[in-house]
Design a protein around this ligand. Structure first.
Ligand SMILES: *Cc1c(COP(=O)(O)O)cnc(C)c1O
Length: 377
């Protein structure tokens, strides 16, 4: 329904407030696209509130497109999935040692294990837990260092023998998969293959081995293994630039005021912009507290009255000023598209990321709860 408002040529209904429109059909379509390119299972990674798009809704849309598993960081992020009645396998891979592993086991949530301390804590407090051992395949961040891998595998096998837990997976993560030719990709794949051999030699027989996130999934078939963990790709982000995915988010806001500004009018905090000629200025009720990056001030554009117009002056906490141009027909109540899929020429979240010197992930996960949300499938 929501997307009808955005159709080219459709009559423009007044937008009463700043609204995030989530196109769940795009999520389903993105999963189908990715799914068709991999031999194994697709785990939908719905961390950070489904990359800011709504966790449970994104999970359901991904499952409709062929995802068979769900992935999150913490156990706390897994709970809403179960509370919503989702029964698919769920993996949580980032928990402090004091996390409630017993609750995870009760909720049938699989756990990532980066080292011996976690292994022992889980064996103690969550008997019967299913775990995925994590090998550092080049991130230098999470997962067991290679020097500790053999002892982790042996200890895990010993815990299996005692019936304390079951190793159902081995996982790695690649640091430079957005650059397909990067040497770290081959190194990471080789280290993962080595890790699997060590695990087998220790007597482990995990059914799952998974290395690729979105970029590797789309750009590097050698990274595929039995499953791909796809987060960004669900919502239309492919940093490797391999396939065209569909951005799932559109941010619109109404013009709350429009004024004639004579040449010389200075705008906003610090007077960073001054009108060189008479123009019309529009105000939208979204600012950095809503997640628009302040760094994009003076660079960003928005879509209004069928054309791109520049953001002028500093983006402030709650509002942003647009130079509508002299003679602009835009009037109070008209919708402004801050970003969208880009079909009509409107800016995309990827462009906002460029203006803010960051990645699209940070834009979409940084949008605040203050924004009104509407989902459509
Ligand atoms: C976030 C994350 C993913 C998903 O990565 P995308 O690039 O967003 O697909 C996969 N695996 C791990 C360990 C992650 O932290």
């Amino acid at each position: 329904m929501t997307m009808l408002l955005l159709r080219p040529g459709a009559p423009v209904a007044p937008h009463p407030r700043a609204t995030l429109h989530v196109d769940l059909g795009a999520v389903t379509a993105n999963v189908r696209t990715i799914r068709s390119r991999i031999p194994g299972e697709l785990m939908a990674v719905v961390k950070a509130d489904g990359f800011g798009h709504g966790q449970v809704e994104v999970a359901r849309a991904a499952l409709a497109g062929g995802a068979t598993r769900l992935g999150v960081t913490s156990i706390d992020e897994a709970r809403p999935l179960r509370a919503a009645g989702l029964t698919q396998r769920v993996l949580s891979w980032l928990n402090p040692l004091g996390a409630d592993f017993a609750a995870a086991a009760r909720l049938d949530i699989e756990l990532g294990v980066p080292g011996l301390d976690h292994l022992h804590a889980i064996a103690r407090s969550a008997p019967g837990a299913r775990v995925h051992l994590q090998l550092d395949t080049g991130m230098g961040r999470d997962g067991a260092e290679p020097a500790r891998w053999d002892s982790l595998c042996r200890a895990a096998r010993e815990a299996e023998r005692r019936g304390q837990l079951r190793v159902v997976g081995i996982m790695g993560h690649l640091p430079c998969a957005d650059r397909p030719g990067h040497a770290a990709n081959a190194r990471g794949r080789d280290r993962f293959a080595w890790g699997l051999r060590v695990a087998r030699a220790a007597g482990l027989r995990p059914a799952d081995h998974h290395l690729a996130a979105t970029a590797a999934t789309l750009s590097d078939p050698l990274s595929h293994h039995t499953m791909s963990r796809v987060g960004a790709g669900l919502v239309g982000i492919d940093e490797s630039g391999t396939v065209r995915l569909r951005p799932a988010l559109t941010l619109t806001a109404p013009l709350v005021s429009v004024r004639n500004a004579p040449a010389g009018t200075a705008v906003g905090y610090g007077h960073t912009w001054t009108a060189r000629r008479a123009t019309r200025l529009g105000l939208i009720p979204v600012g950095y507290a809503d997640g628009l990056p302040r760094l994009a001030s003076g660079r960003a554009e928005v879509w209004v009255a069928g054309t791109r117009r520049p953001v002028v002056g500093r983006i402030s906490m709650d509002m942003t000023v647009i130079d509508l141009g002299p003679g602009s027909p835009a009037s109070v109540g008209d919708p402004v598209t801050v970003f969208g899929p880009g079909d009509r020429g409107e800016p995309t979240a990827a462009q906002w990321a460029g203006w803010a010197e960051t990645v699209e992930h940070e834009i979409v996960t940084g949008l605040s709860a203050r924004l009104h949300r509407r989902s459509a499938s």
